[in-house]
Design a protein around this ligand. Structure first.
Ligand code: XLS
Ligand code: NI
Ligand code: NI
Length: 439
């Protein structure tokens, strides 16, 4: 570690078990403990998001930043970025988190020209590469920030300005190269400003086709440079735009199939975005999972009373149980992972709060994982679901599912019977009570 420690009073966070009173320890996340025969670290593949944890200021629409970050002393932006790399890796190391994620502009400052920005990015990539080698930490995914700079006011790949599309393409090319160089396991496309505020001034067909062309260019370039990481598309229905083209899993999957991208791109599903789309996270995971598109997750939550992307750390065990149940059901996330696209509250401005936040999130997910595994081992929920669908194991049900029936043949069947068999109760309350027995 170059220079003094940023988190000097804090040592490595260790697993101490559920009875510990030490709040700078894990109660449930025991990285090497086996669940369903696999270490927790490999199930969960936790990642710290560079933008929130290293760059979050605590600013909101009503006031400026509040975060106290004593290591932010450099006035030169590149020097500050290089120093931050050491702080980020000290944090990952002390937290015992194996992975991180970034946008190009979180890790390295934008320059006066594209060439200068690329130079900055290369300089920081050198430092990131060394820090990865030193600590064994890895990059879960990289992405490009195509939404903050004023040039992207109308979007990037969906901008009405063709040169902005070109600039964004150049930025993605570079972000992919750096992601590849750092051995990144994936690359994310999140809509950013790819959407609209007003349909009157928008040629939606053209914009969506441009987005598809843009993603195809990325897929082609990955082949060219030998990047074999997984591409992800991250759904979000709105914010900053009133409508975003990556609305939810179903919309994204339709887009990918409509434009021939389905073999190359999976979903990166974010909890708070699911809420904004009017879905539960479980819905988004189940939909993507059943279609074979479940890739990775951004594990924050929203606030039930605040209607925007508050990006809070997850602490709700019921939620993490639902998430881990779906993830286990669809065979896990790797090469994806659980990225905390989450930030500490504006009021939680001390460096130690970053630890409390991540420890809480990791423990909530570890508990969710253990509970989901216990539910699967026991099989009570699966059994109840199977019972609900038992009629599909009857000769008639089997024939329909095998594609051997038609409207005509089924009419014959029902004319002969006169009425369908009686329904059985959905037993929602029973299901909910059974789930509570595991919590
Ligand atoms: C914003 C998104 C963003 C993506 C990465 O709401 O969650 O942070 O995860 O661009
Ligand atoms: Ni996200
Ligand atoms: Ni988000």
């Amino acid at each position: 570690m170059a220079g003094a420690e940023a988190f000097a009073g804090i040592g490595k966070i260790r697993y101490e078990g559920p009875s510990t009173k030490n709040m700078l320890a894990f109660q449930h996340y025991d990285a090497d403990a086996l669940v369903e025969g696999k270490p927790m670290r490999d199930h969960l593949r936790f990642a710290v998001s560079y933008w929130h944890t290293m760059r979050g200021t605590g600013g909101d629409p009503f006031g400026p930043g509040t975060m106290v970050r004593p290591w932010e002393t450099e006035s030169d932006p590149l020097k500050a970025a290089l120093k931050r790399v050491d702080v980020a890796f000290e944090f990952l190391d002390k937290l015992g988190c194996d992975l991180y994620c970034f946008h190009d502009r979180d890790v390295a400052p934008e320059g006066a020209t594209l060439a200068e920005s690329n130079k900055h990015f290369d300089a920081v990539a050198d430092a990131l590469e060394k820090a990865q080698q030193r600590t064994g930490k890895k990059l879960l995914w990289g992405t490009a920030n195509l939404f903050s700079h004023p040039r992207y006011v109308h979007g990037a790949a969906t901008s009405p300005n063709a040169e902005v599309f070109a600039y964004a393409a150049a930025q993605v090319k570079k972000a992919m190269e750096v992601t590849h160089r750092l051995g990144g396991a994936g690359y994310v496309f999140w809509g950013g400003r790819e959407g609209y505020q007003c349909l009157w001034n928008t040629d939606m067909k053209r914009e969506v086709e441009h987005l598809a062309a843009f993603m195809h260019m990325a897929v082609d370039y990955a082949k060219e440079i030998g990047f074999t990481g997984q591409f992800y598309f991250e759904p979000k229905p709105r914010e900053p735009m009133k409508h975003q083209y990556d609305f939810d899993s179903a919309t994204c999957i339709n887009f990918l199939r409509a434009y021939g991208l389905e073999k190359h791109v999976k979903m990166n599903i974010e909890t708070n975005h699911a809420t904004l789309a009017g879905h539960e996270m479980q819905h988004e995971l189940e939909y993507a999972g059943m279609q074979g598109f479940l890739g990775s997750i951004d594990a924050n939550t929203g606030d039930t009373l605040v209607g925007w992307d508050t990006d809070q750390f997850p602490t709700n065990i019921y939620l993490t149980t639902q998430i881990m149940y779906s993830i286990l059901k669809y065979g896990g996330l790797a090469p994806g992972g659980v990225n905390f696209d989450a930030k500490v509250r504006r009021e939680s401005f001390e460096p130690v709060d970053l630890f409390h936040a991540h420890i809480g999130g990791m423990d909530a997910f570890a508990r969710g994982l253990k509970i989901a595994a216990a539910m699967r081992a026991d099989g009570a929920i699966q059994k109840l679901v199977e019972e609900r669908y038992a009629s599909w194991s009857s000769p008639l049900g089997k024939r329909i599912e095998a594609g051997g029936e038609s409207l005509k043949s089924l009419e014959r069947e029902m004319l002969a019977k006169g009425e369908a068999a009686a329904n059985i109760s959905g037993r929602q309350e029973l299901f909910e009570n059974v789930i509570n027995t595991y919590l």
